[in-house]
Design a protein around this ligand. Structure first.
Ligand code: 5RP
Length: 218
């Protein structure tokens, strides 16, 4: 995504932050643009919860004190990027490896605003390899189960998640029914989190394109 489009969608997302907000913040380069803009609306933000160590560090650099989800309770709003979205606002996430905490925050949020550029809007999810966080002791087992689905799982080399787990990037999955696929993969023992956000899609998608920012809702 061009840096200009990231800036545009990040700025547009600020309008969704209402006074007294309990705000969840995602992870990634688009969200980094948002974090850098948050000081301009500091007076509207009551509590901030982070989806990764990287985001926590950046929020702290901007002078925010980060609260845990356990302390904050449910979120008013969660803002995050994505690797792909379809027109139903079902997403593939986890390109940055923060999918587990991102999914928890999305689940805890009354409203989920997703910020992307137009290259990430797709007809069918799955061109982007699906990230799956896996418990290290279950690595081989999870790979064998995915191979049975005729998918091509590839370990993300040298990468350990904030939770101490590993990430498989799964190529060649046919995701014609995202809700069913998410449920099916969730049932493999040893899978910590599937980077499909279909059971809890975004509520609002802000898309940066050459003409500005478009908004989609379900
Ligand atoms: C991190 C994510 C990110 O939201 C996703 O990878 C998009 O990142 P970027 O804004 O850098 O394109 O899911 O786990």
């Amino acid at each position: 995504m061009s840096s200009e489009k990231k800036q545009l969608v990040a700025r547009a997302a600020l309008d969704f932050v209402e006074p007294g907000a309990v705000l969840g913040v995602g992870t990634g380069s688009t969200v980094n643009c948002l974090i850098d803009l948050l000081p301009s609306i500091r007076d509207r933000i009551e509590v901030v919860v982070s989806s990764s160590k990287a985001t926590t560090q950046r929020l702290e650099q901007q002078g925010f004190e980060v609260t845990t989800l356990n302390e904050a309770g449910d979120l008013d709003l969660y803002i995050d990027g994505a690797d792909e979205s379809n027109k139903r606002l079902q997403l593939i996430k986890g390109g940055g490896g923060a999918l587990t905490r991102e999914k928890v925050l999305a689940g805890a949020a009354r409203r989920f605003v997703c910020i992307v550029d137009d290259s990430k809007l797709v007809g069918m999810l799955g061109q982007f390899p699906l990230p799956i966080e896996v418990l290290p002791m279950a690595q081989g087992f999870v790979v064998r189960r995915l191979l049975k689905l005729r998918a091509q799982p590839v370990w993300r080399e040298g990468f350990v998640t904030d939770n101490g787990n590993h990430v498989l990037d799964v190529h060649d999955l046919t995701i014609s029914n995202p809700v069913e696929m998410e449920q099916r993969l969730n049932q493999i023992p040893g899978v910590v989190t599937v980077g499909l956000f279909a059971n809890r899609p975004a509520d609002v998608l802000l898309i940066g394109d050459d003409d500005g920012v478009r908004e989609m809702r379900v």
